[in-house]
Design a binder for this molecule. Structure first.
Ligand SMILES: Cc1cc2nc3c(=O)[nH]c(=O)nc-3n(C[C@H](O)[C@H](O)[C@H](O)COP(=O)(O)OP(=O)(O)OC[C@H]3O[C@@H](n4cnc5c(N)ncnc54)[C@H](O)[C@@H]3O)c2cc1C
Length: 235
């Protein structure tokens, strides 16, 4: 369905990453993990430059909708960056089948960069619904200052004993010694995550990262049904 939403606030998540939180007239149903299309060119739905897909980064339990974008120089990013509170935006929502289900008891997220957006929605949903899901997030970025949602993830980890977050960076050795200086690989998983094949593994992010993580899961003995992927085409 198509809905008009109204910008309520913008939240900085990292130097180049920002969330856009929208008020909705009536509650819109979606499932944790789904995405929407933000439409700036209403006359031409096939305009791929001005109409782009963004995951929902807020939980379906909230009375608002939030998307989060790594802002670039693109026309779409400029449009998004020009939004002020009370501005109206058209969304096509909900989209996507890579969703979290309440019955999943043990989940692992293998995430690169901006792929964190649907994970923020899913973890917030698990917290709001008080589910006892065992969650491990392994979250890789280039540099430590680029880690979007770190404040929220650290706070959620303190409240929820079933949530474990491992940060890794790949470009520059981190100052924070709790952050691993490595790509997500067999070694990182075997030291920090137990029994990967017994869990439902979610992989969101740039296509190359998703393919690498999917291969890693299969190499570790996961069956295909237990590996759920969403490629952020466009990166
Ligand atoms: C299901 C899904 C969920 C997504 N969720 C998010 C999200 O939550 N947050 C987020 O920031 N992004 C998300 N994306 C990606 C988003 O839709 C944009 O493609 C991305 O943010 C780049 O947009 P930009 O305007 O900054 O692009 P640009 O800065 O113009 O492009 C970035 C790079 O990608 C290339 N590129 C652009 N479009 C395409 C294309 N269609 N096919 C191949 N290459 C292309 C460009 O040449 C450039 O090298 C998602 C994509 C999908 C499919």
């Amino acid at each position: 369905m198509y809905v008009k939403v109204i910008l309520r606030e913008r939240i900085k998540r990292a130097p180049t990453v920002e969330s856009f939180r929208f008020a909705v007239e009536e509650k819109i149903s979606f499932l944790p993990g789904q995405f929407c299309q933000v439409i700036f060119d209403e006359k031409n739905p096939s305009d791929k430059e001005l109409n782009k897909f963004l995951s929902l980064s807020s939980s379906p339990t909230k009375d608002y909708l939030e998307v989060t974008k790594r802002l670039s120089e693109s026309r779409f990013s400029q449009k998004l960056d020009s939004l002020k509170p009370k501005d109206e935006v058209l969304l096509k929502i909900p989209l996507g089948t890579c969703i979290f289900k309440d019955e999943y008891k043990r989940v692992i997220f293998l995430i690169g960069g901006i792929g964190i957006t649907p994970v923020a929605s899913i973890i917030e949903y698990i917290m709001d619904k008080n589910l006892d899901t065992d969650v491990t997030l392994v979250y890789s970025n280039g540099r430590e200052e680029e880690i979007a949602f770190k404040k929220e993830l650290d706070a959620w980890q303190k409240i929820n004993k079933n949530l474990k977050v491992f940060y890794t960076v790949t470009e520059l050795a981190p100052k924070d010694k709790t952050i691993l200086y490595s790509r997500i690989n067999k070694d990182v998983l075997s030291k920090n995550v137990c029994d990967v094949p017994a869990c439902v593994n979610f992989i969101f992010g740039p296509p190359k990262m998703v393919e690498a993580m999917e291969n890693l899961c299969l190499e570790l003995g996961c069956c295909k049904d237990n590996v759920k992927t969403e490629k952020f085409i466009g990166y």
